[in-house]
Design a protein around this ligand. Structure first.
Ligand code: AMP
Length: 175
């Protein structure tokens, strides 16, 4: 199954900037059996009876929405969008984090999670871990318990896991 998922990824060299090997997930998304298999694999550890059930799934704009929404539906729980600055209409909490060049800000509605709720955080790719660290921090700031942070792809050589130390980190494919 993992080999099939891997076949659904396309490497794009030097995108969006020279030296970056971009993991393009669009072939996987275009194949309904592969897309379903990826969602199923990401949801598996949190199914009812697993002991790691969650109340909500959170995903980071934009590709985290694709898998996050699918996994939320697969688990029968709600979905929390974490968005780029300025996109959410209600009151928000926000976090600034470092990108390869410069900084970025993500936001979440401050009433999106009730204190004590158990949340699975999803994104497509774990690279340096800055995005996921900021997103997990937002969830924890409003009192959520981040049960796990899960990714389709982990770029292990970038050591993003270190920035998520102390949290359960899972990935289906590690490079
Ligand atoms: P990070 O460095 O972990 O904060 O990654 C920033 C965001 O960019 C994440 O949401 C990833 O989905 C995306 N990203 C970073 N590097 C890559 C890559 N090589 N291929 C595809 N997406 C990437």
């Amino acid at each position: 199954m993992l080999q099939k998922l891997e076949a659904g990824l396309r490497d794009i060299p030097d995108y969006p900037s020279p030296g970056i090997l971009f993991k393009d997930i669009t072939p996987l998304l275009a194949d309904p059996a592969l897309f379903a298999a990826a969602v199923d694999a990401l949801a598996a550890a949190h199914r009812p009876g697993s002991g790691a059930e969650v109340d909500l799934v959170a995903g980071v704009e934009a590709r985290g929405f694709i898998f996050g929404a699918g996994v939320a539906l697969a688990l029968g729980v709600g979905f929390v969008p974490i968005r780029k600055k300025g996109k959410l209409p209600h009151t928000t909490v926000s976090a600034e984090y470092t990108l390869e060049y410069g900084t970025a800000v993500i936001e979440m509605h401050d009433d999106a999670v009730r204190p004590g709720q158990r949340v699975l955080l999803l994104d497509d790719v774990l690279a340096t871990g800055g995005t996921a660290e900021a997103a997990a921090g937002l969830l924890e700031r409003v009192g959520a318990e981040v049960v796990s942070v899960a990714f389709l792809v982990e770029l292990g050589f970038l050591n993003g896991r270190e920035r998520l130390a102390g949290r359960d980190v899972k990935s289906l494919l590690n490079y």
